[in-house]
Design a protein around this ligand. Sequence first.
Ligand code: HEM
Length: 397
Amino acid sequence: MADHAVRDDIDFVSGEFWGRNPEAELAWVREHAPVYWDGRVWGIARYDDVRSVSRDPKTFSNAGGIRPDSGPIPMMIDMDDPQHWARRKLVNRGFTPRRVRESEDKIRAVCDEIIDGVCERGECDFVWDIAAPLPLIMIGDQLGFPPEDRKMLLEWSDAMMCALTGDPDAGERAGDAFVGYTEYATRLVEERRTEPHDDLMSVLVHADVDGDQLDLDSLIHESLLILIGGDETTRHVITGGGYQVLADHDQWERLAAERDTLPTAVEEMLRWVSPIKNMARTATCDVELQGQQIEEGQKLLLLYSSANRDESVFPDANTFDSTRTPNDHVAFGYGAHFCLGNSLARLELKVMFDRLLERLPDLELAEPTEPSYRPANFVSGYESMPVTFTPTPKLAT
Ligand code: HEM
């Protein structure tokens, strides 16, 4: 199969592998076996290969599903063009850079409301009190989910992500969450069918796709892709990026003094965290890549977090540098499936750090050691990150 030794500490499908933040293993793969067969799936570790596979959907298809250990689900990311584009264009206009810029005031108001919830306490958990609510509120509102359902939606989305750990209990919780979400989304679909609102769920429900409408299964999975795609990912970049600038307080202070450099820092946070660890493609024919023979039907994993530490592209790649330019990372993927929500995520990150620097200027890590990662093989990030700051009053309303 492969002409290199299979290391038993490299298992791209296991949640435990990703949960230990496997920088050393990925560096070894990049150097010694950049197209690496782990016994179940090919790992594509180098930046140039991740990009070339991503831009060749005829050979490396999405239609086999984006997870290495399961098949396709009826959602845009598990399709190739033209079906993929027919779906994507339905929701695309809600996420164009211009539409997203128009939501900046709302993002700022949501960030202030989140900070108001903790500012008088002098301490909080950065993951759950600061980072998790923002993307959930933004994407939940856009989909048209009522505000009172946010807590439940966050629990469901979290439970579904935790299923990718290989832990059987987590699998059961995820099953329950999926059943809960399915019932919930089905009710919402029925409501929007009879009474459309100005929201994404109504757009999807009433969409005309080549003369047809999306069936219920597709509506459930497309809305779930947008919810989870927008929620877990952005949260992990706020926390992982926040940890880096707080651990090296000079970077935090520099950002406070030069607020207009925040977009550059945000790009480095995205590169550094790469919260989506990988996406799968399926080979549509036998093909050779970096001297390895990939067989038709085999799955490949695009290892974004490895590509983003590729020294041939990012000098001193293992150093977090909030001033890094250029920074052409692949945290949002590449090619036809390039993240639909990238402009929204970037703006949420910029505004959140801007408001934190303004309102909690002496924010500090309560514990200097890096928080532990969630052991999940797809989207992974910190589980908790206690912080302290001088208590400040809420904003006057
Ligand atoms: C920091 C936050 C985010 C990261 C790192 C991220 C990352 C990614 C990646 C790696 C892909 C796959 C690209 C590929 O296969 O080439 C993707 C696709 C996607 N993302 Fe994001 N994402 C983020 C935020 C969001 C948000 C806020 C939304 C909300 C709309 C979103 C919705 C989607 C959707 C719908 C797709 C599938 C697009 C397609 O198949 O055409 N993501 N994202």
